[in-house]
Structures are given as C-alpha cells and as structure tokens.
Design a protein around this ligand. Sequence first.
Ligand code: ARG
Length: 253
Amino acid sequence: MKKTLKILAAVMALALVIGVFAACGAKTEEKATLTMATNAEFPPYEFHEGDAIVGIDAEIAALIADKLGMELKIEDVEFASIIPGVQAGKYDMGMAGMTVTDERLESVNFSDSYAKGVQVVIIKEGSAIKSLDDLTGKKIGVQTATTGDIYASDEFGEENVTKYENGAIAVQALLSDKIDCVIIDNEPAKSYVAANEGLTILETEYAVEDYAICFAKENTELQEKVNSALKDLIADGSVQKIVDKYISADTAE
Ligand code: ARG
C-alpha cells in the first residue's frame, strides 16, 4: 500500500513537471496575434499575389509585428468596414493606404504618417476631360468611403458619383464606358494605368494626404508600441527600402 502511494506520488509529480514544461513551451511558441485589417485592391500598398497579400503596407506591418514579437494576421475586408471593425475591437489596427482626416480622427487614433498620397483622376486616352473643371456633370467613379469619394461628392455632387467596392472595379467600369473617370490615390492610379491599355492620369492640385495606421481610441498602448517600432523602421531606412521596392524611381514623381 505504502509503495503504491509512493509510486502514485512520483507519477503525479512527474506529470506536474511535464505539464509545467509543456505550458512553458507553448508560451514561447505561441506569439500574440496582431490583426491588421486592409482592403487588398490597392497596389502597390496592398494587393493579392497568389494566396498572399503583399505590398508596402503588408511589408511594413510585418516588420512592425516582428519588432513587437507578434504574429501578423492580415484580414482583407471592404475599405468602408475597416474603421468600424477597428472601433469594435475586431481588428487591432487598420492599414490600407489610409489617409488621416479630421473626420476619421473623431472615430479612431492614427499612428505617425509613413507615406504620402494625392488624389488624381484616371481618364481614358483621348477623353474630353482635360482639367478638373471638365469634371462638372461627368460621371465620376470612386471607391466607397475613400477620400476620393468624399472629395468627388463634395465638389461635383453626390448625384454624379458612382461608388464601387474597390478601385479595380471602378477602373473596369471606366474601361467599359459606364463612367467617365475614376478619382483615386496616385500610386494605385499608376498601377491601374500600367496594367490596362488606353488609360491615362490627369494630375490634380488636391492636397497631399498623409497615410497612417489606425487604432481604436482606447488602444493607446498598441498605438504607442507601433509608433515606436515605426519610428525605428523609418530611421533605419527599412520603410524607404520597402517603398523603393514597390515604387521605382522613374514612376514616382
Ligand atoms: N487614401 C484613401 C483614403 O484613405 C484611399 C485608401 C484606399 N485604400 C485601400 N486599401 N483600398 O480614403
């Protein structure tokens, strides 16, 4: 009896030790997840390459996650649902070539800016549209809830603006003459023009926009951590290296 008890105690002690080791092992293997919401129809910032989501934002986010010791998970969602999802805590952050605006600052916080954008107009070659003034009364395509959408609706009237789920669909609508132009950020515009015959870009004087990462208002802890990682990655040239990889010097203006 005594012997059996001793054996039992030894077995239990061993089980405990194994259990503790297993728990420790699991802890070092299992990294916390950093969930980033994006809308991956926005080259060169985020787009699909086979099964992967690649691009400037995806690569910067991967380096940030690395610095924070976290596992990056990218969720491809509609642009319009990024901010609500971040507010609801469904995603830790939103990174989607997203412009910092006063209105958005009422709903979310933003990191420091890591890139700049400017709204441009994509037209068909030979289009009657030669300047911004010519846009009056024309059918303008935009991606829903983007700054392009906001500008177009404000300046040319909501009734002239057709909203599409993403920039690629808007460009398809332009190619098939459903609309007369697309207002979108300059780098994606260049990508779409390069990928499709017969399109060209009308440069505009719209204000230069700052791209940044958004966070829920209450998640200042993550915002600060990401900001400090981003600062390091800008300072050591990593961000510029990624930008240069996707935007060649001859296409960047
Ligand atoms: N910069 C614009 C904005 O913030 C457009 C961003 C669209 N981004 C995207 N990944 N589809 O409204």
